[in-house]
Design a protein around this ligand. Structure first.
Ligand code: FES
Length: 108
């Protein structure tokens, strides 16, 4: 991919939220969540020790990693321990019952 692209990650009805839904773009796993009625996407791998954030607990707009309880804002990806530990966020939209993630192309 040479520029930002909307990637179809599946039918919204088929997403398995628990509480996040893991989806794959190429070899990269994302976690989709319902937040304030909208879909949001963050990197699925916790930057601490790679636990899947889709299996964390959601409270106050944050996902809390189930392994060591680091917290990540679902809108911004910010980690409560500092910017160096933040996860990436991705724009998501729904169209015709499908979830589409804006996948960033390489920056020049
Ligand atoms: S693996 Fe997520 S906080 Fe340790």
């Amino acid at each position: 991919m040479t520029e930002d692209s909307w990637i179809d990650v599946g039918a919204v009805a088929d997403l398995k939220f628990g509480p996040g839904a893991p989806v794959r773009v190429g070899d990269h796993w994302l976690a989709l969540f319902r937040h304030d009625g909208k879909l949001v996407a963050i990197d699925n791998a916790c930057p601490h020790a790679n636990a899947p954030l889709c299996d964390g607990r959601v409270e106050r707009g944050k996902v809390i990693c189930f392994l060591h309880c680091w917290e990540f804002d679902l809108r911004t990806g910010a980690c409560d321990l500092g910017a160096g530990w933040s996860v990436r966020t991705y724009a998501v939209r729904e169209a015709a019952g499908r979830a589409l993630v804006l996948w960033p192309g390489p920056k020049t």
